[in-house]
Design a protein around this ligand. Sequence first.
Ligand code: SF4
Ligand code: SF4
Length: 430
Amino acid sequence: MQTHFSEAQLADPGIARANEILRACVHCGFCTATCPTYAVLGDELDSPRGRIYLIKDMLENDRPADEKIVKHLDRCLSCLACMTTCPSGVHYMHLIDHARAHVEKTYKRPLTDRLLRWGLSKILPYPSRFRVALLGAKLAKPFRHLLPDPRLKTMLEMAPARIPPVSRNDDAQVFPAKGERKMRVALMTGCAQKALDTDINDATIRLLTRLGCEVVVAKGAGCCGALTHHMGKEAEAHGSAARNIRAWMREIEGEGLEAIVINTSGCGTTVKDYGHMFRTSELAEEAAKVAALAKDVSEVLMQLDLPEGKQDLKVAYHAACSLQHGQQIKTHPKTLLKKVGFEVVEPRDSHLCCGSAGTYNLLQPDISKNLKVRKIRSLSDKTPDVVAAGNIGCIMQIGSGMDVPVVHTVELLDWATGGPKPPKLFSNRP
Ligand code: SF4
Ligand code: SF4
């Protein structure tokens, strides 16, 4: 695609990167076929190619974002299915991230939007605030029909019935390896996940230590910045990311780390991109080091010796977009589940997003619900005993509609290798 940025515009590294990406696009439209919002809405402007044109026009003309652009960019899930499909290697993720930051700087959203987005950015990345909000939402749930904004209603509907107690495993500490130490790794314990489902980090720590990893929960590490990054709130996202980089660098320069293990694939995609996020900052070198060590938990488990076994359970594997498209990890979780003995099945259209996508299910409830219904139908058609996924967002989204338990892949792997049965398998609790 031809672009017409001036020399002065190209002096901005963000515009220079956008220019590179736009020039790679040959507007073939292959990406539209796998775009979930195009599948639901059927509008070219809700396809990757349509959004690329909108962004090009806005940036080239150095225009503030307007209502039309914001509508179509907000509807993008950042699922990155378009990047998997694109034959020209168009890095849509960096382009939409840049465009969202431009929207945030140049567009004044209606007051309710601003308040909602501000509230989400001040609550979700902070586990203790999020716990209080979840408790409030649980109490307010019976009155949700009185709320005027459908998004607020959805937020109350999404509040889980059970809020787990705080897990002390999420505090900064070191968990020694059982037996001979094979690896020293940091576990990113995250933010929202710590409030929503503490079983995931607990299972990850048990599994990794049993397989010979010393697991460090680094002091000062927290939210990866993805939630605010996808809202275009650059300063907040960079602040969270910088705290993590400094916390993990202390470990890297101290006793050393072989990997930074991430069990929420949405966060993994962002941490792996820290090198790009900080490329022009004083933290560039450290950010690149951290990004190079960032691994999805399934990548690390593939390097360890999981015992073979036989389990009498059919698992439907749901591929989170951030794992299959964002990190291009498609087979590891299925290979691991099969190795320990589970029967693994996959739903049709497994490339399509479940509609969770960070805060998307709260901010775009209609499209999100449409995708959720499709996903639940395709998973249910496989008549599984349990659904496994590698991202808390998907687990909450699908779990709120399935009639079988939805757990993290590591909970099944932990159980199959000597850990306790995942609590959700006892009661199908949400
Ligand atoms: S598939 Fe790639 S090159 Fe083709 S229109 Fe989409 S982004 Fe552009
Ligand atoms: S990220 Fe997903 S929703 Fe957004 S344009 Fe690409 S395929 Fe469509």
